[in-house]
Design a protein around this ligand. Structure first.
Ligand code: AMP
Length: 215
């Protein structure tokens, strides 16, 4: 199964993509997570990407397309994958069309007024990248510590309010047009994701399963 998950920053793409990957036994490819790991390790890619990421701007298409081509060919993607954060522009979607046959695109639809609240309370694990929220999804074992790997939770630089506003503008201008792009290809499945994580995931699973049955 090859899936794309689309949504504004703060819609909950990363959280839902992680749950979907686990349930359907496919790889979770998060471009944001790959870029953050490269920035942390100061690789060649990380050095190129960091100014864009820190400003809430998109990393140039050619860099991202080459990166994702390589990832999708890797062994971990043999059983399929969910792309979280890619494509983010029409040029990336056009390139993806030539690389892989995507089964469907999940559009995680959230009321814009909720997005800033979700982003400002988000905390990420510095070690494994797991995502938490101070109010709606805090760690269960110890405050400020990741349940999965005991790594320290932190607030991403680009989750701070000034960058969040820039990311929302970038999303509206460059990524939102993908909704029409995939809708016209009859690939789009929209999820009303204004509820809690579990309820949103339940709707996603129902829609994925009914899509699989209809094939
Ligand atoms: P995310 O974790 O998906 O919110 O991504 C964090 C940041 O990484 C974005 O704000 C962009 O700066 C960069 N990024 C992630 N995915 C892409 C992409 N497909 N194209 C360009 N930049 C990206």
């Amino acid at each position: 199964m090859k899936i794309v998950i689309l949504g504004a920053p703060g819609a909950g793409k990363g959280t839902q993509a992680e749950l979907i990957a686990k349930k359907y036994d496919i790889a979770h490819l998060s471009t944001g997570e790959i870029l953050r790991n490269n920035i942390k390790a100061q690789t060649k890619l990380g050095k190129k990407a960091q100014t864009y990421v820190n400003k809430g701007k998109l990393v140039p298409d050619d860099i991202i397309i080459d990166l994702m081509k390589e990832k999708m060919r890797s062994k971990e993607c043999k059983k399929g994958f969910i792309l979280d954060g890619f494509p983010r522009t029409i040029a990336q979607a056009t390139a993806l069309n030539e690389i892989a046959d995507i089964d469907f695109v999940l559009n995680i639809d959230v009321n814009p007024s909720i997005l800033i609240k979700r982003l400002s309370g988000r905390r990420s694990c510095a070690n494994c990248g797991a995502i938490y929220h101070l109010l709606s999804n805090p760690p269960k074992k110890k405050k400020g510590i990741c349940d999965k790997c005991a790594g320290k939770l932190y607030q991403r630089d680009d989750d701070k309010i000034e960058t969040v506003k820039e990311r929302l503008i970038t999303y509206n201008e460059q990524t939102k047009p993908l909704i029409d792009f995939y809708s016209s290809k009859k690939k789009l499945i929209t999820i009303d994701a204004n509820r809690a994580i579990k309820a949103n995931f339940k709707e996603i699973v129902e829609k994925i399963d009914s899509h699989i049955e209809s094939q």
